[in-house]
Design a protein around this ligand. Sequence first.
Ligand code: SAM
Ligand code: SF4
Length: 356
Amino acid sequence: MNRIGNILAQQEYSKEDLIELLNAGPEDTELIFKKAAEIKARYIGNKVHLRGLIELSNICAKNCLYCGIRRGNKSVERYSISDDEVEMAFQFAIQNKLGSVVMQSGELSSPVFIEKVESFLRKAKEMSNGKLGITLSCGEQTEETYQRWRVAGAHRYLLRIESSNRELYYRIHPKDQLHDFDTRLNALTSLKNCGYQTGTGVMIGLPFQTMEDLASDLLFMRDFDIDMCGMGPYIEHEQAPLAEYNSELKPVQERLTLTLKMIALLRIIMKDINIASTTALQAMANGGREQALKVGANIMMPNITPGIYRNKYALYNNKPGINEEAEDSQRNLETIANRADCEIVYDAWGDSKHFD
Ligand code: SAM
Ligand code: SF4
């Protein structure tokens, strides 16, 4: 067995091992993918669960340096989904047996926003007789707000740490109280305290990011004992300040491979968590999401946001699905799953097996 084969055969990986695995060349990378596929087959099987993605609002109080809908981007036309529109999206999810929705939004903490999300949660439960599973991804909130939303029906929450390296975190966020690394960490702990299946993730291929950072991200997710992960490539947005460093980015193909390696390694070290095959992967390359399913991912998120808002929730360049109607997205997902020898399960929550 070669060096990478020997590392892969170990029960536990150190940070140095993970760095070596992340640096593996093309042939060795295939060994990593093979091992991840075996582990996925054993612990998860070939089933894929869906979450219909509803982008509630692109109004955000924050100014993350990488994001297209940051507060400082004045060229974004802001929207908030109406009650009727969100109900239509729930109806679509119910009729098409998606099983779950994810409600995602720019970060706001006003009483009006908190109440709105709460009313949407109750509506989704009422319309589906409690059957629709609900993930939230509405940023940092107080434990009290998380608790309120939990009581109203949300049971999973995704809050990416973005980078577990405190210094890198501060290089990709403004240095002010609103973008505080410890607040983010504490919010993740609050989510666990409230009994959510807790998900986090990072962006891969950020400027200034090293392999050591990514290895630490994997260990962070393991040590935090997350239930779910949504991580994807960083994709530049020309109106976001981080675009200043575009010339330092890894080429697209490298960022894609690195993302797939991260997914595969996370699957190997966290065998039974839910891992999303993200939209950003598809934006990078055709077939990106299918490859992610092959090497460890088991969740896909068809975008069911009303078509008129699709191009207003542009986090990065070339976000896919902007011109597609919801039905098209779902058909595409069937094809993607089939190509990865996976099968979509309808009308099921598909909770994380890791959660207890
Ligand atoms: N506002 C909430 C938050 O930040 O947690 C939820 C919505 S936010 C748009 C969801 C995720 O989009 C972020 O966690 C971030 O990782 C990702 N994102 C933002 N800009 C991105 C970019 N340029 N490339 C890739 N992912 C990006
Ligand atoms: Fe707002 Fe989330 Fe974008 Fe940051 S990543 S600017 S919190 S929408």
